[in-house]
Each structure stands twice: as C-alpha cells, then as structure tokens.
Design a protein around this ligand. Structure first.
Ligand SMILES: Cc1ncc(COP(=O)(O)O)c(C=O)c1O
Length: 408
C-alpha cells in the first residue's frame, strides 16, 4: 500500500511538471478511482524568455548587451561557496582565466565592481608614494581614491584625449619618489589607449616600483600578457568586453606585489591580496562570492575559447575599424590621436556640432538601441560607440546604418 501511495505521489510530481494533475475522483467499495488531467501549456525556456524580452540594446562602453546564453547560466541553482561543487567550478575556470591574463599567477574573483580592486590595490601596495597616471575621468579619479586611502600620491596628468607617454612616466619615476604606479590602459571616458608595452618597459627600469594596470575596457579585446609585460596587478571588470552584467571584478597579482602586500599593515580584509591568495590555493574566495556571476563567467569563457582568443581580438579590431570608417565617412573626427585609439570603443569628436542627445533619443525610440552621449565634461562635445563584447559585423553594421538614419 505504502509503495502504491509513493508511486502515485511520484506520478503526481511528474504530471505537475507538464501542468497536469492527478486526483481521487471517487471511492467505491474497495476501489479508488483516479482522475488524471493534463493541460498542455507551452513553457518557454529561460533562454528564449530572455532573448525575446524587449529591451534597449546597449552600444555604450559598458555595461554592454548580455547574451541569452550568459543569462541562462546566471539562472543555475545555487551551490555552497565552501562546497566541492564551488571548488570544482573555480578550479575549472582558473586555467582559462590564467590564459586570458597571460599569467602563471593566481587569478582572483572579487565580488565588487572594478573600483573595489582599484582601491584595494592602493591599500595593499603603496608604502611610500603612488604615481597615478591620469588622462581621463577614471584615471583622474584614481588619484583622489589614493588620497582618500590616506596614501602619499601624485598625478602624472595628460590632457583628456591624450595618452600617457613613456618619456613623461620615466621623468617622474627618475625622481625616486614613487614605489607604485597606477595606469589605466584604455581610458574609457576619452577612448584613448595608452602604449602599454612601452610604459611597462619604463617601469621595469625601476626595480622597486610596482605597476597596477586597469584593463577594465580592454581586457579580452586586445592581448595583455601580464607576466611578459611585468605587470604587478592586472584587473578588469565584468561589464565591458566580457559582456557580463556588472558586479564582479577579476584580478591577478605578481609575486613581487604579494611580497610588498605582506609588509603593509592596514590592508583591511575584503580586498586583502594575501587572503585572496590563501583562499584561491583551495579554489575558494575569502568571502561569499557572487556565484551566479561565476557561472556566467564559466559560460563566457566557453564562448571565448570556442571563438578563439586571437579570433576574438581580431573581431574587436575589425568591428572597431568599421566604426572608424563610419566616423571618417560622416566627416567626424576622433577625440584620440592616431596610434592611441581604443580598439573596444570609439570616442567621436562632435566637430559637426550635431545634437547628440536628439540623435540618441531617436535611436532609442526608432531602433531600441543607445550609444553614449559623452562622459562628464565631454557630454555633447563627444559621443562614444562601443564595439565590445559579443557584437558582430552584422550588429555593428546595423547600428551604423541606424545612426545614419538618426542623424538626418
Ligand atoms: C577604465 C575604467 N576603469 C574603471 C572603471 C570603474 O569601473 P566600476 O564603476 O565598474 O567599478 C571604469 C568604468 O567604466 C572604466 O571604464
């Protein structure tokens, strides 16, 4: 009898999955009559729900469009962050992260946006004085953050729209005042990509100086071989070229930087590099990580390695060239000088003085897409078009056509 009840309950559960029910219809003498009904309802898989959800497509330089596959990975059931399932997940993605970072060092997952790690790097590494290379909104802000952390700090300021140049960096470091340098590889606010290889070579001349590189809007769009370049901290965020939702940062730390951190007393806890290292050795994070994001990252890494890392870089270059051709074709100028232009976004100088806000409003209304109307003090004077993430020749081609229409 008990077995029969169990089997019925199982059948009920299975039917419920299909929108069906099983119920007792009548009991007569020793016989129980059941009624089974199945309502055929069409269940839309999560993936399709997300693809079809009406939304404005973002061509801004982060956050960018997130694919349905990524969102579906987000919806995986929870696992405990101290469980073997989590350790397996982190251990599985870790070698892929090392490949992308171009490092043999551990790669860490931070449940924060990039600023958490940017501030954490200052707190972990600056003993004497930090030189903050500044050429736009984010790099300028890093000086302010260094000072707020109570560190000795000074800016190496380039005009917005110009890159950080090796000679200027060399001159500053030659003073012997600094033990740490911060550099934003791709200044998202101005679309300037500073010459990373040359700047790294300058820092290499000064053995006591550690180099922190923000690759927030260039990571996975261009190669950044951390170990080869001698970078001490390489960090990125999730919502730019990785095309994940915002809220997670990734970073790696050199042995030299760990050695420095070990000598610094007020590292705090949440962003303590030594804590990260200890936990990563056992495929864990110091505090509860954003597990859904990590599933999404796993899915994204699958995409990246399926496409091929070099092919991904080439795709970003090609799409960027399409945007550049559109800029020239339409008589606009670039905000960044030739040779220092970002490959993941284009900052267009509004030399034709078009009404950027009106164009963007039309783009949103007619095509359900938006670009960026210029960052901070550059609003209206520039506008930015992103080609980061999963974009293709088809999607960027479509956007450029829509922009043509919206400028009329
Ligand atoms: C180059 C760069 N660095 C740092 C940041 C800060 O990132 P978050 O606000 O995600 O912490 C951004 C944000 O756009 C950025 O573009």
């Amino acid at each position: 009898m008990a077995f029969a009840v169990y089997r019925l309950a199982r059948l009920g559960a299975i039917l419920a999955n299909f929108g069906g029910i099983i119920r007792i219809s009548r009991i007569r003498r020793n016989t129980i009559y059941f009624e089974i009904s199945i309502r055929l309802i069409r269940r839309t898989p999560v993936k399709h729900l997300l693809t079809n959800m009406p939304h404005t497509k973002l061509f801004i330089p982060g956050p960018v469009e997130v694919s349905a596959k990524t969102f579906a990975a987000f919806c995986k059931p929870m696992i405990g962050h101290r469980s073997n399932d989590f350790k397996k997940l982190y251990a599985e993605i870790h070698p892929k992260l090392q490949t992308l970072f171009g490092t043999q060092q551990p790669v860490f997952i931070s449940t924060s946006s990039a600023w958490g790690v940017m501030e954490g790097s200052i707190r972990n590494l600056v003993a004497k004085k930090v030189l903050n290379c500044m050429c736009g909104a984010f790099s300028d802000k890093w000086l302010d953050v260094s000072l707020r952390c109570g560190k000795q700090a000074e800016g190496l300021q380039a005009e917005w729209g110009q890159p950080i140049l090796p000679e200027a960096l060399d001159a500053k470091l030659a003073t012997g005042e600094f033990d740490t340098v911060t550099l934003i590889h791709n200044e998202t606010s101005t679309g300037v990509m500073s010459p990373l290889k040359e700047l790294c070579a300058v820092v290499q001349k000064y053995p006591g100086v550690l180099l922190i590189v923000d690759s927030v809007s260039s990571f996975s769009a261009v190669p950044i071989p951390m170990d080869e370049l001698g970078i001490d901290v390489l960090l990125t965020g999730s919502q730019k070229a990785l095309a994940l939702p915002p809220g997670m940062a990734l970073f790696s730390v050199s042995e030299r930087a760990f050695a420095r951190a070990a000598t610094i007393k007020d590292r705090g806890y949440y962003f303590d590099f030594i804590e990260f290292r200890k936990n990563q050795a056992d495929s864990m994070t110091p505090s509860t990580p954003v597990i859904s994001h990590i599933y999404a990252l796993q899915s994204k890494l699958e995409d990246i390695f399926c496409e091929g890392v070099e092919a991904r870089h080439a795709r970003h270059a090609k799409l960027n060239a399409m945007v550049h051709a559109w800029v020239v074709r339409n008589g606009f100028e670039f905000f960044a000088p030739e040779g220092y232009r970002s490959v993941s976004l284009t900052c267009v100088k509004n030399n034709k003085e078009i009404d950027v806000a009106a164009m963007n409003a039309k783009l949103k209304e007619k095509y359900n897409a938006v670009i960026d109307g210029g960052y901070g003090k550059l609003k209206g004077k520039t506008f930015r078009i992103s080609n980061m993430g999963d974009e293709t020749e088809e999607t960027i081609g479509a956007l450029l056509g829509w922009l043509d229409d919206c400028m009329k």
